[in-house]
Write a protein that binds this ligand. Sequence first.
Ligand code: XMP
Length: 308
Amino acid sequence: MLDPSDFIKESIEGIKKQIGDEKAIIALSGGVDSSVASVLVSEAIGDNLLAVFVDHGLLREGEAEYVKETFEPRLNFDCIDASEEFLKELEGVEDPEEKRKIIGEVFIRVFEREAEKEGAKFLVQGTIAPDWIESEGKIKSHHNVALPHGLVLELVEPIRELYKDEVRVVGSEMGLPDEIVNRQPFPGPGLAVRVVGKLTPEKIEICRKANAIVEEEVKKEGLDESLWQYFAVLTDTKVTGVKGDIRDFGYLVVLRMVESWDAMTANVPELPWGMIRTISARITAEVSEVTHVALSVSDKPPSTIEFA
Ligand code: XMP
């Protein structure tokens, strides 16, 4: 059983020893892992850590503002709005893996620029145990990462021995708000994996609004702690509907709500019917481009959690 205050003390000591008086940088997404890694390293080296939040234009509603409000008072924090750069590269791309690849490449390009400007020597990452145990086996914790334009940074992974539940305990102990500590995972490529087909600003906005409604209603129902993820997917399918007396031809949105332990498998639990109907009614009323809402009932496997 992890003692969070012992862990924090030892971890801060270790980070001070590793980084010394050099500068470090972290890509802070606002997810629990990178948030905990950021505050740990910041406790150890203060403003020599720069936490960079990259807005790729595929974030949830209010996300950039929330992360800024939460971390700006506490960390040496910088928010980079790179949405135009991302969306330009993603124009016309349909294949989900291609979207992920482009987002990853642009992200590293933007991040490397910041690291160079900052003169960083260390790269902090919020890697946790499940991220490496199955894929890599145990690798040395002191190793270097070469970024595409040649910048070489030494890796600092302060929470690499922890599991998600332990990361949450450490985050609470360090005074991070519950909203950060207990929030549902949000994929790095953001809404790009929740918009099926080509990305356009219009489709991203529809998906963003539908996701905000799902989050609001799930929280109202008190299911946000028992569900692993809950979100809306904008499909590429258009279906006929009728709004008022007028026939309409709009998008099909699919609701996805799953329970899971580690995202390797997931199941769709029985969900309160009233909540599902409210979400459907709100999405079709508040998001004019949507005519139809469906509920996904497939577990993982055989389905994946995300649609794209
Ligand atoms: P799937 O859809 O593969 O997702 O069942 C498993 C978990 O991973 C998240 N996910 C991603 N996270 N980059 C990420 O950082 C990605 O490209 C990505 N794709 C899926 C997903 O939200 C779920 O928690």
